[in-house]
Design a protein around this ligand. Structure first.
Ligand SMILES: Cc1cc2nc3c(=O)[nH]c(=O)nc-3n(C[C@H](O)[C@H](O)[C@H](O)COP(=O)(O)OP(=O)(O)OC[C@H]3O[C@@H](n4cnc5c(N)ncnc54)[C@H](O)[C@@H]3O)c2cc1C
Length: 496
């Protein structure tokens, strides 16, 4: 059973999920911009209408290895699509970059014209920040190669790769790093925002595993950033999102890993929610770093309300069985799929229910502990509708090994993230879908402190508060590297 399956509409999501095979990238089509017949209407950074000259677009297309796609080109409609079907935008041009030099050309083009610029990694931004109407989409989706250094236990991963590419390449060598729970999410936005996954209690957030990055800043320069080189930028991109430039490659620390892990779901009827959640609130305080258990509440397509627990034990399975035994002893379960199985089973388990093109809305809040008050309110706030669910990303453990000021991501002192999620397929249900998610959130917000920007539709409204003590430093670095705020399609940090 799959926790997001519970929040699908009864009508199955018929849009197949697919991502391009690793290594299938490379130079493909010739530049399309050369065929542009007229000037194109564009939009500037501050919303004014501008004209994009045919000659300049041709020059960009000729200078890039990858194609520049315009409306009417055969690949344009496919390229402009992003994960959340709510965002049906038409960029003036799509610069499909193949390498860091292409990124420089595209960034120069946008900056020189003050053209609105959206950077697309995996395209999974809930609020649709990786696309725009009438601006440029800088598309990294062909940049998905992952190069593993087996001996050094590290990987270079291109900025348009998906989490499945990173997992597959590392696992092939008995290695892994923290990656998120849906394999078609992009490494780009995911990593730059923080990166929560099922291994974070042991290995920390994904940003805690970033050794460095190659990126193109607003001045069109390629920079390598690490603890020793451009340390301010290195600090800022670990939690500060896409505000500081386009990352062409991430350098990740990997860890030896037995991909056969004790994992699966434990599920009870929602009528037992009090027993399950009250037990979890106490018991979860003392669990090991090897154990990841995230509670969720949802409604199955047949209307059955459930409370469940996702379980992953990253260690000796015999020890894991002992550690999760108390969970199995709670009440009467309706499903127990926890067994020794390939890590990829769980890592791809939710791919289809969170399929490309679905319509979705999400909010979240960080919590320091599962209090009795939170449990009470979770039970009271339950919405019995298969289109919505609440689930958690469990933190603590290694996530707390770094202080709030060590990286731009400030919410270190937490035990969990509550995620409020709605998904549906019919545009007529847009307002209802959003409203259900907001209703969960409003009922539980008082238990939260700050939020994770990557799973927040409207996070940019309170971006400065949410970064807390890190905001002033982020704004100062933004002012130094992107004074004109070229990279503004994100939870935007205003240049100081
Ligand atoms: C189905 C689903 C499951 C998810 N699961 C998890 C999870 O388990 N854990 C978790 O932490 N988060 C999760 N998320 C949230 C996810 O981290 C964010 O949606 C993230 O922004 C996705 O990155 P992307 O590259 O696919 O997005 P995009 O939409 O391509 O980009 C998002 C933002 O990042 C910027 N950006 C993207 N790539 C780059 C780059 N290479 N250089 C510079 N800027 C870039 C974009 O400009 C944009 O502002 C999930 C999201 C979805 C939709």
């Amino acid at each position: 059973m799959d926790r997001r399956n519970f929040c699908r509409t009864a009508v199955a999501v018929g849009v197949a999920t697919s991502y391009p095979l690793l290594g299938a990238c490379g130079r493909s089509e010739p530049p399309q911009a050369t065929s542009a017949k007229t000037s194109i209407r564009g939009i500037s950074l501050d919303g004014a209408e501008i004209e994009l000259e045919r000659a300049a677009i041709k020059e960009l297309g000729d200078a890039m290895t990858g194609p520049v796609l315009l409306s009417g080109d055969p690949d344009y409609d496919g390229a402009r699509k992003v994960w959340n079907g709510m965002h049906d935008k038409h960029p003036a041009l799509i610069a499909r970059c193949q390498n860091a030099d292409d990124i420089c050309r595209a960034v120069d083009f946008a900056r020189e014209r003050s053209l609105l610029l959206a950077v697309r990694g995996g395209g999974h931004s809930w609020p649709g920040k990786s696309t725009c109407d009438d601006g440029m989409m800088l598309d990294l989706s062909d940049m998905k190669a992952v190069d593993v250094n087996v001996e050094g236990q590290t990987a270079w991963c291109q900025g348009g790769a998906l989490l499945g590419h990173l997992d597959d390449a590392a696992l092939a060598h008995g290695l892994v790093t923290t990656a998120g729970v849906v394999s078609h999410t992009g490494v780009g936005g995911f990593t730059l925002g923080g990166g929560f996954g099922r291994l974070n209690r042991k290995y920390g957030l994904t940003i805690d595993n970033v050794l460095g990055a190659e990126m193109v800043t607003a001045d069109g320069k390629i920079r390598y950033v690490s603890a020793d080189n451009e340390p301010d930028l290195f600090w800022a991109i670990r939690g500060g999102g896409g505000n500081f430039g386009v990352v062409s490659r991430f350098h990740y620390q990997l860890h030896p890993f037995d991909r056969n892990v004790l994992s699966g779901l434990l599920v009870w009827p929602v009528e037992q929610a009090r027993e399950v959640l009250e037990f979890y609130a106490e018991w979860s305080r003392g669990v090991s770093r090897e154990l990841y258990t995230g509670p969720f509440m949802a409604t199955m397509p047949d209307g059955t309300g459930v409370v469940g627990m996702e379980v992953v034990y990253n260690g000796d399975p015999t020890q894991g069985e002992k550690e999760i035994a108390p969970l199995r002893a709670i009440g009467t379960m309706i499903d127990d799929s926890v067994k020794l199985q390939d890590y990829k089973v769980l890592q791809t388990h939710e791919d289809a229910s969170a399929a490309q093109g679905i319509r979705s809305y999400a909010k979240n809040g960080m919590i320091k502990e599962f209090t009795q008050g939170l449990v009470d309110d979770m039970i009271d706030a339950f919405i019995p509708d298969p289109r919505t669910a609440i689930f958690t990303h469990t933190t603590g453990g290694a996530v707390k090994d770094h202080g709030p000021l060590d990286t731009a991501f400030p919410h270190r002192n937490t035990e969990s993230m509550l995620v409020f999620y709605s998904a549906w397929t019919d545009p007529a249900e847009d307002e209802e879908g959003k409203a259900m998610c907001r209703q969960w959130h409003a009922a539980l917000e008082s238990h939260t402190g700050g939020y994770y920007d990557n799973i927040q539709w409207d996070g940019d409204k309170t971006v400065d508060d949410n970064y807390g003590p890190n905001y002033a430093r982020l704004a100062e670095i933004k002012g130094r590297f992107d004074a004109g705020n070229l990279f503004r399609m994100n939870s935007n940090i205003k240049p100081a």
